[in-house]
Structure formats: C-alpha cells, structure tokens
Ligand binder design. Sequence first.
Ligand code: 6PG
Length: 239
Amino acid sequence: MKLDTRVFPDLDALSRAAVEEVLRVVADSVAARGRSAIALAGGHTPARMYALWAAEYNAQTPWDKVHLFWGDERFVPQNDSLSNYRMARESLIARVPIPAANVHPVPTNFEQPRQAADAYETELRKFFGAAPPAFDVQLLGLGGEGHTASLFPGSPALDEKRRWVAAVRAPAEPPDRLTLTPVVLNCGRNTFFLVAGENKRKILAALRSEPDSKPSEYPAARIRPTGRVLWFLDQAAAG
Ligand code: 6PG
C-alpha cells in the first residue's frame, strides 16, 4: 500500500509537526461545525506530542471547542500506569484549561470489558448521534506486528460491521482492552499515524509492500478511512 508519509529528523520534530497539523484541523472543524472531536492514541510515541501541545500550543488551542476521546484503552483503572487516559491526563489534560465535560475517556470501572465497551458506545452515540462518528482527527500508533489502536492481527474486531467499540483480548500487556472498531476508524476525517523508532522500520516496509488487492493481515493497513491519512515518521522509523 502507498503511505502518504512525512519524515522528520526525530520524535521532537515529528511531535511538533503533528500538533501543528492537528491545530489546523481543529481550526477548520470549529469553523465548519463549531467543535472538534479528536481520538487520542495510547502507547509511548504520542506522549511527547501531548507534552509539547500543553507546553507550547496551549494558548492557541480553543479548548472549550475541543473534545477528546480515545481510540483505545487498556482495561485497567484510570490511575494505573498502563492507562492510556492516565498518560494523556498527565502529559496534556491536567496542564491545559479543557473543560472536564469535553474529556471523554473510555470507562474501565466495570466488572467486564464488554460492559465498558457498551458504555463507551453509548457515550459516543450521545455525542455524535446515530451514524458512526467521523472524528476530525484520529491519532493512531503502529505496533511492531502491525496492530493499531487495540486491533491486533487476527482479531475478530477487524471484521466488525456493527459495533463501534469492541472489548478485545490482545497478545500484549494488559490483554484486556477496549478499541474503536473499523466501523468508526474508517470514517475518520483526518487520520494521523505517529510512528517513531528504528524498531518500526520493518513493519513499515511490510506495510508498504502489501498489495492493495486483498485485505491485509496487518490491522493498520485495514484502516482505510474516507478522509485524509498521513503518516508522521521519524528518520529512525523511516530508514
Ligand atoms: C495502545 C495503543 C497502540 C499503540 C501502539 C504503538 O494502547 O497500546 O494505542 O495501538 O499506539 O502499540 O505504541 P508505541 O507508541 O508505544 O510504540
């Protein structure tokens, strides 16, 4: 598949470019629809971007119009060190004046992951209405085996046709996770993959050599949104 890439010397430059691109989309979506809905990514890579956003782009962000959601979450308490919400809270949310009502974390305070998935879908429907949501920006990462959000290779959630949020078992720590499904992720207006580090080089090469003719085994290649897709790479990942 062809990737529309932007390559930066390091994670810092990548992160800065990503915030600036997000802010351009925020301005456009606020002008067009009065608000901007962003799905955040978890993992390590976006932490630098979130911290930069808070430190250097706080004043130019219309926080009262920005709504933060998550593309995926680990089924752990919100203060757990593995929580994607916690990472975003510590690096970004706690440092900026975003109204609490604009922050929409995936709930994890249920007995079963499935209940949490249902609750998040209800929350999304309340915000977006009946049709599958088109996020103004969805940030995504790339795992070494091609996973994105918490859609791992072979996951039944990849073939989901109806549900917006799935409870999945991942071959990763922690295994219980909640993820947006392709029903939602394929509607994104702007999808920005953030990929940094030499250990992503191999999977990027594999994605690039995938034929477009058949469904890929790599979940990241199965996300084919109607909107714009950009790959923000650092030099180490790009090779
Ligand atoms: C998660 C993710 C996941 C992540 C990739 C890349 O919750 O783990 O959202 O899809 O984006 O695993 O993670 P790194 O940025 O840590 O390499």
